[in-house]
Design a protein around this ligand. Structure first.
Ligand code: MSS
Length: 371
């Protein structure tokens, strides 16, 4: 009682698996750690939810093919229906969808007295590995005559109904990412082989592989190639790297590419001494993950852990499993991943004002006793 997971699921996701989820609020629902990574793809019923604004009514998924996407910043700007988009190309990509704030709790826990980082205290469960299917943005842009001159960003706008009385730029979910993503962005209508549910952005979502959650705009209604970043609040004055206690502003780096990260998914609880299999997941953001090491003594000594299961490509996570002996006693289990570019997870991520992009190996340590 009183525990966050004692709350019921919000009505919009009442169909999800309540045993697998921790409800922080009706906008923020986390996957329990023990439900991550036993299979490589995260079942939709267990995938986390993060909404910055209340989702649109589910009427928008009643006739999916009728959904309209405006495409701007190209030679021949047009509005296309989803049915028309489906005739322009098809591709699939597996990506780690992860909230920018995943792991924020570890930063919050490490703060000095008087310091504060607000935001959901996610541990590791604001993340999942999803296979998306849709049309590559490049195919759509090429069909409309290619990019207009001088465009430097891909800007996606969410299809929420904007609350009356508020300035649209203050509430709209509109994100800009560098134009280099033109070759990787997918306009997806399917996830894990199912039509995209409204809760995860149906009928159509802009997927930016390797980029932090917020950039993956749900119920996308406009995709524009733009010369400048949007001045929407969620881009200009939020989701930026700034010091604790400082305000976010356009000068600071935007939360775009995700850093290399890993965590252990089992064992999580005390148990019998003897043979154990330490499992977990690791990913590199825009880079493939190349290596993962495991320590059962809190980071004093490390062993390489083999990857298991399929490799779903550079933007997906990989599972690892290392069989070892855990003698009777106390153990601190941690994992440390390295990406293909040689970036290694640091022991700790220095706190930043928004609590974003945590990737320290120390935070998600598992302490347990075996007897
Ligand atoms: N989109 C839209 N339209 N809206 C909103 O709110 N959010 C974000 C993304 N997108 C939004 C969008 C976020 S922030 C995140 S994470 C993501 O989404 C989530 O997803 P899901 O599906 O899980 O719910 Mo943080 O960085």
């Amino acid at each position: 009682k009183g525990k966050p997971d004692a709350k019921g699921l919000p009505g919009t996701i009442a169909w999800k698996d309540p045993d697998a989820l921790i409800v922080h609020s009706n906008q923020t629902v986390e996957t329990k750690r023990g439900f991550i990574g036993s299979g490589i793809v995260t079942p939709i019923g267990r995938l986390f939810i993060r909404n910055n604004v209340a989702p649109p009514p589910d009427g928008i998924v009643a006739d999916r093919d009728a959904w309209r996407l405006e495409i701007a910043g190209v030679a021949d700007p047009r509005t296309l229906t989803l049915a028309e988009l489906k005739r322009l190309g098809l591709a699939s990509v597996a990506t780690v969808l992860q909230c920018s704030g995943n792991g924020r709790k570890y930063m919050q826990d490490a703060l000095q007295p008087g310091q504060k980082i607000s935001g959901t205290p996610w541990t590791v469960g604001a993340a999942g590995c999803v296979i998306w299917s849709g049309v590559p943005l490049r195919a759509v842009v090429d069909a409309l005559g290619g990019p207009a001159a001088g465009m430097r960003f891909v800007t996606g706008t969410g299809g929420e109904e904007l609350p009356a009385g508020l300035k649209p730029k203050d509430v709209i979910v509109e994100r800009s990412v560098p134009i280099a993503t033109l070759d990787t962005v997918l306009l997806a209508w399917e996830m894990n082989g199912e039509p995209l549910p409204l809760a995860h952005g149906g009928p159509l979502r802009m997927i930016v592989p390797g980029y932090s959650g917020v950039n993956n705009v749900k119920y996308v209604k406009t995709v524009a190639l733009t010369a400048v970043e949007t001045d929407a609040k969620i881009q200009a004055a939020s989701y930026r790297m700034h010091g604790v206690g400082e305000r976010a502003g356009p000068g600071q780096p935007s939360i775009w590419e995700q850093p290399v990260r890993s965590w252990i998914t089992a064992p999580l609880e005390d148990g019998a001494a003897g043979r154990a299999v330490v499992t977990g997941i690791a990913f590199g953001g825009v880079n493939a993950v190349a290596r993962v090491e495991v320590s059962v003594d809190g980071g004093r000594s490390w062993s390489d852990a083999p990857f298991i299961g399929p490799d779903l490509g550079r933007y997906a996570w990989r599972q690892f499993a290392l069989a070892l002996d855990l003698p009777a006693g106390t153990h601190v289990l941690v994992s440390r991943a390295t990406d293909a570019a040689g970036n290694v997870q640091p022991e700790e991520t220095p706190p930043n004002g928004g609590g974003y992009s945590y990737n320290g190996w120390r935070g998600p340590a598992v302490s347990l006793r075996t007897a």
